[in-house]
Design a protein around this ligand. Sequence first.
Ligand SMILES: CC(C)(COP(=O)(O)OP(=O)(O)OC[C@H]1O[C@@H](n2cnc3c(N)ncnc32)[C@H](O)[C@@H]1OP(=O)(O)O)[C@@H](O)C(=O)NCCC(=O)NCCS
Length: 333
Amino acid sequence: MTRTLSKSVGITATGQFYPERIVNNQELALLVDTSDEWIISRTGIRERRWVEPGVGSSDLGVEALNMALNNRGIGADDLDAIIACTVTPDMLFPCTAALIQTKVGASKAFGFDLNAACSSFIFGLSTAASLVASGAYKRVAVVGCDVMTSIADKKDRNTLVLFGDGAGAVIVEEVEAGYGILDFEQRIDGRGAPYLYMPAGGSLKPATAETVAANQHCIHQNGKEVYKNAVRDMAEISRLMLDRNAIDPKDLKLFVPHQANNRIMEAAAKRLELPLDRMATNIELFANTTSATLPTALHQSLGAGKVQKGDYVVLAAFGAGFTWGGMLMKWAY
Ligand SMILES: CC(C)(COP(=O)(O)OP(=O)(O)OC[C@H]1O[C@@H](n2cnc3c(N)ncnc32)[C@H](O)[C@@H]1OP(=O)(O)O)[C@@H](O)C(=O)NCCC(=O)NCCS
């Protein structure tokens, strides 16, 4: 059974933003015991962007959203809602969506944050599409923005090298009949929680001098468990999208996987029997930007002319929770 929206709804514009500061692998090797060779061979990452102190996820999100609005040729006042997808909100509250709303001047919009770790954007996109398909809202912005350096342990080589800061945004609206989001599937399984999490800073373990000293406000990860599940689940959910819509993998124009590790992405593409030139990738220059990987990879693929109206595009994500999801689109513009 496909998950069909009651209207044709799709992405009508994209935007992105990265901070200026480039941090390459050699620079990280000054902070932790690692090497350019190890990072490239195990992850495919060459460099990433880091914010300067005092820059929050909302600041990146605002820039990405402004670009998407410009590309669509509309103003912030034309937005009915803003969904901010992030695991690194500026503050626990108010929500980052509120901060973005004020900074862009979206005076008529409501909004909220959505956190499903690296699956946040795909869950946010389906939520936005459902809001539009309901008829209650016309234009919803989905902003994936993360400052991963705010929760990175600068002494942990296992995680520090993997992440970067950035933002991507899309505008979601009703589109021409037969185009846009054709199907999606989303999953959550809390048995994965111990493998990727931030132990302190929430209600269970509020911040104390001890939790800070123990680096419990940073990413903790069992990389091998995450790796194994990410390959299997992203491949399976993408295959499900193709199979139940009777689309041959060779007719898929673009596969946009969550950019967690190039080996994970390539293994997933291989299981789909897709040539690698059909896979969107930006991990080499930007690393894993969590909620921003999908919208930025999509934005860059569009900029490179890799997708035309009517092309089939599949998004796939996997993240802490565990959470994962897939979405099939027939490109609408
Ligand atoms: C983290 C990851 C890159 C490690 O790659 P891997 O192939 O599993 O690594 P291996 O098991 O071969 O090697 C682990 C060893 O490398 C070491 N290592 C880890 N990070 C390192 C680094 N940056 N530089 C050098 N050595 C490193 C480990 O300490 C370990 O050493 P040990 O065996 O002496 O304990 C990989 O597991 C991964 O990408 N997992 C998924 C992570 C992810 O995507 N997270 C976000 C999901 S949304």
